[in-house]
Design a protein around this ligand. Sequence first.
Ligand code: AMP
Length: 454
Amino acid sequence: MLHPWQGSSLLFFQSGLPIRNHRRPALRIDSETAILGVNTFTDLDLSEQRLGAIEALGWTVPTPIQAEAIPPGLAGTDVVGIAQTGTGKTGAFMVPALERLRAGAGLQVLVLCPTRELAQQVADDTVSLAMGTNIRTAAIFGGVGYGPQIEALESGFEVIVATPGRFIDHAHSKRVDLRSVNYLVLDEADRMLDMGFRPQIEEVLKGMPKKRQTMLFSATMPNGVHDLALRITREAIWVEATPPGTTAEGIEEIFYSVKPEKKPDLLAELLKEPGWDQVLVFTRTKAGADVLDARLQREDIRTDVLHSNRRMQHRTRALERFAQGKVRVLVATDVAQRGLDVDGISHVVNYDIPLDPEDYVHRIGRTGRAGATGTAITFVTGADLGALKSLEHRLGRELNRVHIPEYDYAGVPKAESSAAAKNRRKSRSPQGLGSRSADDLTAEELEALLDPES
Ligand code: AMP
């Protein structure tokens, strides 16, 4: 049987920067799977037991990442997957793992994940996928007592899903034997590195047989993860769940061209608009965050500030107050970009355009979470045009521009009177004309916009 991946060389999508979302959104499976020639799980050469378990889970069609990763996984090939939670990535690495292991032959599959929630989730999925077999799965993570875990480890498991810190504790105490592991998965590798788990990962790698199959999954592919993937895998197939440039669904992305000195005024003005309920503003520097915070407070806007010069106690309180809606605006540097998991952020404002496109994707991913909608706004000055072009290039799409003459560095067009400009400002609203690019307006809308009487 000719698998769709056969004959393909290294597939690498450097520009793919999908957003990570740790909640489990409803899964969408699109026509991409059919394009790969994998229409059902029976096309994937799986055992009867596995097909039964998959059917019991109610999965009928493999997701794109499953269609791409399962065939090479079954063939013993390493896989690097760029995929966020919600794409079906657990099945992508766990189905081949379960197909290849032998019950009763000791620990063979080790999955490392950043958080206990994810470890539990992956372990639960593994148990479901292993239904009807004698395969035993343990979830090992910190924050709970050692006792039951030690007992579990002593009774012998084929699959361990663990957070790196706790796993290393057990390994140091010689409760796990890594020598029999032949299938290693690093899940959410980017997040594990972000959380400082590199030393533990390196230690696990050191204690592991060189001859093994390695799967690395990551929502994003920053340099650190890319280098790690290249180092720990051999002749891996690289697959990606989301097309390059895709960001979280439901996020409207726009940019305002603005004179640098007008940025505070523009933000204060925007904050008067309806729907700006919970706003996260990113500045490039800590000093910039403090200045902006003070300025917004002078406008009687409830704000707080979050950056690494603030004491941990202050940072925690700021986050709590923001999450509880006690402050409407949180001004932050990139310290808040990751891990800030607050529902209901209506707007993310890149007050300073991020220089690294990856930061952009992470920043705007703080809104539109869990299926909600949100707006991501970027302020672009004349000096930022290069950064904007590079960002658009990496995203693979252009952001919609909003032009408000009195703030725009391009100035007020001659044809537009100040009354018209004022009128345009009034019309700005979530559905208003001002929230759309001038190019998107019909002739009638443009005329209405320029007519102060309308
Ligand atoms: P994951 O990205 O692995 O966390 O999976 C997200 C959710 O999709 C989980 O609830 C899975 O049980 C579900 N899921 C995974 N694969 C499929 C599939 N092929 N069809 C339907 N649901 C799936």
